[in-house]
Design a protein around this ligand. Structure first.
Ligand code: HEM
Length: 429
């Protein structure tokens, strides 16, 4: 797991100053691929979810941004690689992205010189909007879509076809899917999470800029108000239906369950993906105007938990185990047969679990004056089948009347990056 590191309340500008001055006494943290050194003042930022000042190491056994305590903000981007890009060009892009991400996550500008230190006669290498802001818990997580291995016409553009994970296929069509191609798929993805939206946006903007001519944005999504906890240290947030979300999530502290359910193991195939995971992204529109007319009791029945406490309707408090056998009046199950938590529970899905890491979104409104709002669902699992099993089971979910899945994508997320390597290097070995 990625441990939060004592970090700075030092701004990017101040940090550069510190580094430039030799920063006597400053702790030197994870050195980046580009030789990045990181100063820490000893002030410890809160661990994600609103602390605003943490810096998480970029290098490690797993990529950050999975078991890292879910930050409050998201900017997610999916890219199509250019038809003119070759294998060498792809490796160069991943190398440059790695170097930039190693710096950005430590609160540094994207490259030496930054927004103001370069030539007056060249565009600045950093776009500048994060000057003065701390690292804000920024994590940057990279993923590879099915199209990177073979494109839509079956072409093996990068000599990677034979290394494609057999399970990395576009997701099957699920009941009720209303997917929009322009919000789905992608050859590459970057998930940037931070406690400050400007920091997350700055990361995606600068990484997109680096990719210019080699990969272009296919779709992107901003998210606010994490809809999950990924650590027992966090309080459970709420989604736009007003319910606590993340209570029964897999969390960083779950130890061997993470190896069983989230991380691709060395014994799994392909070996290059060991330490990684599969990322599923679903843009789920919530028809909140209709939901807001549903009675409280029915809302709770559809979810299977109480709205206030988030306790299972079988009784207890938020973290009590749901009892799906418990019955009430006229032997009716206390947790309805079509309740979301019953159908999503691992006992209904052959033991399949996942680590959910989604965000709320509100992207303006539609032509009928309804908010274009919902849940940008993100989950990490050891095999895509875990998501497929749960989503198939959710075909009977009573919540579906208020949901519409409009975007979908899947990515193989390579394992953690070691210093001096680029993300996904084992794929090219
Ligand atoms: C907008 C759509 C969705 C909403 C509003 C929603 C809401 C919720 C809520 C309120 C809970 C209970 C609290 C918790 O344990 O986190 C929950 C649990 C869960 N949800 Fe969802 N969810 C949505 C979509 C999905 C999707 C697409 C999946 C996966 C295919 C999923 C999988 C799960 C799982 C695995 C649990 C934990 C069940 C348990 O073990 O008790 N959810 N969801």
């Amino acid at each position: 797991m990625t441990e939060p590191r004592p970090a700075d309340r030092v701004s990017r500008r101040a940090l550069l100053g510190l580094l430039g001055a030799g920063a006597a006494g400053a702790a030197v943290g994870a050195a980046g691929a580009a030789g990045v050194a990181v100063a820490a003042t000893g002030t410890i930022g809160a661990a994600g979810g609103g602390g605003g000042a943490s810096a998480y190491p970029f290098f490690g056994a797993h990529q950050a941004g999975i078991t890292t305590p879910a930050q409050d903000r998201l900017h997610f981007a999916a890219f199509d690689v250019s038809s003119t890009l070759d294998r060498t060009g792809l490796i160069e892009l991943l190398t440059e992205w790695t170097e930039a991400a190693a710096r950005l996550t430590q609160g540094l500008e994207v490259a030496e010189g930054g927004a103001t230190g370069g030539s007056d006669y060249a565009p600045p290498v950093d776009t500048g909007e994060a000057l003065g802001l701390p690292a804000s818990g920024l994590t940057i997580t990279f993923g590879f879509g099915p199209g990177l291995f073979t494109d839509a016409s079956g072409a093996d553009r990068f000599g990677l076809a034979a290394r494609r994970p057999a399970a990395l296929e576009p997701l099957p069509r699920f009941q009720g899917d209303a997917l929009q191609p322009e919000r789905s798929g992608g050859d590459l993805c970057i998930q940037a999470c931070a406690d400050d939206p400007q920091v997350a946006v700055h990361a995606i903007r600068n990484l997109s800029r680096i990719a210019f001519g080699r990969a272009s944005l296919r779709w992107s999504q901003l998210g606010f108000g994490r809809t999950s906890s990924t650590s027992t240290s966090q309080t459970t947030p709420r989604n736009l239906f007003g319910f606590k979300d993340g209570t029964a999530n897999l969390k960083a502290e779950d130890g061997s369950l993470l190896d069983e359910q989230v991380w691709v193991q060395a014994s799994d195939s392909p070996a290059w993906l060991a330490g990684g995971s599969y990322l599923v992204a679903r843009r789920i529109r919530m028809i909140i105007e209709n939901w807001d007319r549903v009675q409280l009791g029915e809302q709770e029945m559809l979810v299977g938990r109480s709205k206030g406490e988030g306790a299972p309707l079988s009784g207890g408090t938020e973290f009590s185990e749901p009892d799906f056998e418990a019955t009430g009046v006229a032997d009716k199950p206390l947790i309805d047969t079509n309740a979301h938590v019953r159908l999503a529970h691992h006992s209904s899905n052959g033991g399949a679990r996942m680590l959910r890491r989604g965000y709320n979104f509100v992207d303006g409104n539609d032509e009928l004056g309804r908010l274009d709002a919902g849940l940008f669902f993100l989950s990490f699992q050891r095999t895509p089948q875990q998501f497929i099993d749960v989503q198939t089971s959710l075909a009977a979910d009573g919540l579906n009347e208020y949901l519409k899945h409009v975007g979908s994508a899947i990515f193989a997320v390579p394992g953690g990056v070691r210093e001096g390597e680029f993300v996904g290097q084992a794929l090219f070995a």
